[in-house]
Design a protein around this ligand. Structure first.
Ligand code: PLP
Length: 452
C-alpha cells in the first residue's frame, strides 16, 4: 500500500515514511492511494479480540513492515489498558450505548493511537539507527498520551506545545510529572490554534526537520487515524446484529481526527449507519455541516478543553474525498481558507454526517441528567455526545473520549460527586517540570536545537 498527500505535490510514499513524516512535505496530509475493501474480511474478523483485530487491520496498510514485527508492535500496544475488553461498550438503554475509550494509561481515547505510534517509532529507530525528535501541539489529552506513548523509548526526544493555563491542571500534571529527561512540555502564551500554527511552520522548514529528525504525533499522523479506525470496527462487531447497521456513532469532536477514522471505516465498506459530529461551543464543524460554510471564529475556552479548536486539521482528509480526490481543488480551498478564514461550499454534501453543538451550561446539565437517569458519570467532552434530539428513535453509540476523573471540578459542580482515578491521585505528589517558550517557530526551533 502506498500513500499520497492530499495536496498532490509529493511522490507517493510507503507506510513507514508516511508515519515518519507525519505531515507531508507539501503541507498536505497522507492518505492511502486506495482504500481497501473491508467488507470481504468482516466474517473472518468478527470474533477477534482487540489486539488481533488491530493486527489484521494494519496488515492491510503497514505493508512494508514484516508480519512478525507488526505482531510484536501491536501486541505491546494494548497491554497497559485497565479493561480486558480494551474498548468496552456500556448499554444505558435501548437507544443509547457508550463506547468507553478511556481505559488507557492517560485515560483518554488518544492512548489508542499513541501507545501504538510509540511502538512504531521504536521499531523504526531500531531499524534505521537514526534518533528522532517528536514535536506535537496539544489541547490537553494528545500531549499526555504522546508523552506516555513515547516514555522510555530509546532515541526519541519529545517536545509538546500546549497553551499555558488553558488545559486542565490534571492534564498538565500528566505531561509535566513524568520525571523523564527526554520529554519537554513547552507552555506557550495563546490558544491551541496558535500552538498548532507555529508547529506547522516548524514542520515546513525542511532543513531543520532533517537536522533534528523531526516527526509529528498530532492527529495529522496517518498511523493515529488508522489506529482509531480499529475501535470503530471493534464496536461494530460488539453491537448486536439487529442494531449494528442502524446505529449512529456519536463523536465528541475537535480536530476531526476521531470521527474521520470512523468515516474511513465506513468508506472501506463497513455498513455503519452514520456519524454525529458533536462539538462544544467552538462549533466550526457544526456550522459547516449545518450551513456548508467553513468559517474561522475565535476560540472560546470551554469546560471541554480538548475540543477548543477552530481549525480542524483532519478536515482536509475528508475534503480530499469530498472534492472527488482533486488535489488542486484541495490546495485552492485550503489557500482560500488560510487567506480569508472562510470557505463557502456551493451545494455542500455532508453525506451520512449530522452535527450538534453543546455549550458549557448544557454540558453541566447533561452530566447531571445522565447521572440521574443512568447512575453513569460522563466527562464534559463525552457529555456533548449526549445532546440528543428530543425524540431519538434510532440507536446511538456515544464515544466516551475521556474518563470523568480528568475533569473533577466540572463533575463536582454538576453532580457534587468526587470523580477520581488511582493513576491521577498518584500524580499529585510528584514535582512538575515545564518550559515557557514563545509561540513563534524561531523560538521553538531554538529550544529544540538546544535540547536534542
Ligand atoms: C482530543 C479529544 C477530543 C477531540 O478529538 P478530535 O480527534 O480532535 O476530534 C475529544 N475529547 C477528548 C477527551 C479528547 O482528548
Amino acid at each position: 500500500m502506498k500513500y499520497l498527500s492530499t495536496r498532490g505535490q509529493v511522490p507517493e510514499v510507503s507506510f513507514s515514511t508516511a508515519v515518519e513524516h507525519g505531515l507531508a512535505p507539501d503541507g498536505g496530509l497522507y492518505l492511502p492511494v486506495d482504500l481497501p475493501d473491508l467488507s470481504v474480511h468482516l466474517e473472518e474478523w468478527e470474533g477477534l479480540d482487540y489486539a488481533d483485530l488491530c493486527e489484521a487491520f494494519f496488515a492491510l496498510f503497514a505493508t512494508d513492515i514484516d508480519k512478525e514485527e507488526l505482531h510484536a508492535i501491536v501486541s505491546r500496544s494494548y497491554n497497559k489498558f485497565d479493561d480486558p475488553e480494551i474498548a468496552p461498550i456500556v448499554r444505558l438503554d435501548d437507544t443509547c450505548h457508550v463506547l468507553e475509550l478511556f481505559h488507557g494509561p492517560t485515560l483518554a481515547f488518544k492512548d489508542f493511537a499513541l501507545q501504538l505510534l510509540g511502538n512504531f517509532y521504536e521499531a523504526q529507530i531500531n531499524r534505521t539507527g537514526k534518533p528522532i525528535s517528536v514535536l506535537g501541539a496539544t489541547s490537553g489529552d494528545t500531549g499526555a498520551a504522546a508523552i506516555h506513548g513515547l516514555l522510555g523509548k530509546k532515541g526519541v526526544t519529545t517536545f509538546i506545545l500546549y497553551p499555558d493555563g488553558r488545559i486542565s491542571p490534571l492534564q498538565e500534571r500528566q505531561m509535566t510529572c513524568t520525571g523523564a529527561d527526554n520529554v519537554f512540555p513547552l507552555a506557550i502564551e495563546g490558544s491551541f490554534d496558535d500552538a498548532q500554527t507555529a508547529m506547522k511552520t516548524v514542520f515546513q522548514d525542511r532543513v531543520f526537520a532533517a537536522e533534528v529528525g523531526l516527526s509529528a504525533v498530532n492527529s495529522i499522523n496517518l498511523a493515529r487515524i488508522l489506529a482509531q479506525c480499529v475501535y470503530y470496527l471493534y464496536a461494530y462487531f460488539r453491537l448486536s446484529a439487529e442494531v449494528r447497521e442502524k446505529t449512529t456513532f456519536v463523536v465528541p469532536t475537535g480536530n476531526f481526527g476521531n470521527v474521520l477514522a470512523g468515516w474511513l471505516v465506513q468508506q472501506m465498506g463497513v455498513p455503519i449507519h452514520g456519524f454525529r459530529v458533536a462539538t462544544n461551543q467552538n462549533d466550526i464543524l457544526h456550522r459547516l455541516f449545518s450551513t456548508g460554510t467553513y468559517r474561522l471564529d475565535a476560540v472560546a475556552p470551554s469546560v471541554a478543553p480538548s475540543m477548543d479548536i477552530q481549525v480542524a486539521s483532519n478536515f482536509e482528509r475528508f475534503l480530499y474525498y469530498a472534492v472527488g480526490r482533486d488535489c488542486a481543488k484541495v490546495r485552492e480551498i485550503m489557500q482560500t481558507f488560510k487567506g480569508t478564514g472562510e470557505y463557502v461550499f456551493d451545494d455542500f454534501d455532508g453525506g451520512t454526517f449530522s452535527s450538534s453543538r453543546t455549550n458549557d451550561t448544557e454540558i453541566s446539565a447533561i452530566i447531571q441528567q445522565v447521572y440521574e437517569d443512568f447512575g453513569y458519570t460522563v466527562d464534559p467532552h463525552t457529555a456533548c455526545g449526549f445532546k440528543r434530539d428530543a425524540e431519538v428513535s434510532h440507536p446511538e453509540l456515544i464515544l466516551a473520549t475521556a474518563h470523568p476523573a480528568k475533569f473533577p471540578d466540572t463533575i463536582h459542580q454538576a453532580i457534587s460527586q468526587e470523580a477520581t482515578h488511582p493513576s491521577l491521585q498518584a500524580l499529585k505528589s510528584r514535582s512538575l517540570v515545564k518550559h515557557h517558550v514563545e509561540s513563534t517557530p524561531e523560538a521553538i526551533k531554538a529550544f529544540m536545537r538546544a535540547h536534542v
